[in-house]
Ligand binder design. Structure first.
Ligand code: SAH
Ligand code: DHB
Ligand code: MG
Length: 221
């Protein structure tokens, strides 16, 4: 079983479940045009975010790591009028491209894009009235994940769902000898999550067009 097969199956599934979509396809084109990293959630993962957000009946969503706004638009489409997605992006170039994508998707009115490092923006969210959030998607720099855990729980309402992308890292996460800073941070995140009394948590490994990775999912009690 190889990457080629995983990509072929993702293409097959996306062909079935994610029809062509000018706004979302436009985001992927904007990423290619600006030579941004191709690390957005896959179409099927984006649709899963949408389904989970719908199932939760979310009104207030928080995302860490916007890139060009692909996952943000999926989440924003699940939010009813009057609800919002706050999304945090450190790179002003990414943010500018995302902003244009939000407008083209007709979602600008319900997306609140904050440009800055998550650790600089999150205290302001906690102090202001942006939260509490019903769903939080952690997808920014992996080194920050241990810090993002505490902030996300603090900003979540009881019963909120929190998802953290990229917690498997090609399986490297199970290697206690890893010296990779991202792997070390994600290992620390997983350990903190497992020992966190305020959540009910699990993690799932996945394969697909983006390789071998996975996500953590946890409910705030
Ligand atoms: N969620 C997006 C992909 C995000 S990629 C999607 O699926 O469509 C990760 C993003 O996090 C990048 O754009 C990167 O610039 C941003 N990032 C990295 N470090 C960050 C930080 N400290 N605070 C906020 N964003 C950060
Ligand atoms: C990377 C980041 C992501 O959020 C992702 O989904 C895949 C890869 C990365 O930084 O390599
Ligand atoms: Mg990711």
């Amino acid at each position: 079983m190889t990457q080629d097969r995983w990509t072929a199956v993702d293409t097959y599934l996306a062909g079935l479940f994610v029809p062509p979509d000018p706004a979302l396809d436009g985001v992927l084109q904007s990423i290619a045009a600006a030579d941004l990293p191709t690390i957005s959630v896959s179409p099927n993962q984006g649709k899963l975010l949408f389904i989970l957000a719908k199932a939760m009946g979310v009104r207030h969503v928080l995302e860490l790591g916007t890139l060009a706004g692909y996952s943000t638009i999926w989440l924003a489409r699940a939010v009813p009028p009057g609800g919002s997605v706050v999304t945090i992006e450190v790179d002003p170039r990414h943010a500018e491209i995302a902003r244009a994508n939000f407008a083209r998707a007709g979602m600008a009115d319900r997306i609140d894009l904050r440009v800055g490092a998550a650790l600089d923006v999150l205290p302001g969210l906690a102090a202001g009235n942006a939260g509490p959030f019903d769903l939080i998607f952690i997808d920014a720099d992996k080194v920050g994940y241990p810090d993002y855990l505490g902030w996300s729980i603090k900003l979540a309402r009881p019963g909120a769902l929190i998802l953290a992308d990229n917690v498997i890292r090609d399986g490297a996460v199970a290697d206690p000898a890893s010296k990779d800073a991202s792997v070390l941070a994600v290992r620390r995140f997983n350990e903190m999550l497992a020992n966190e009394p305020r959540v009910i948590a699990t993690a799932i490994q996945t394969v697909g067009a983006k390789g071998y990775d996975g996500f953590a999912a946890f409910l705030v009690t």
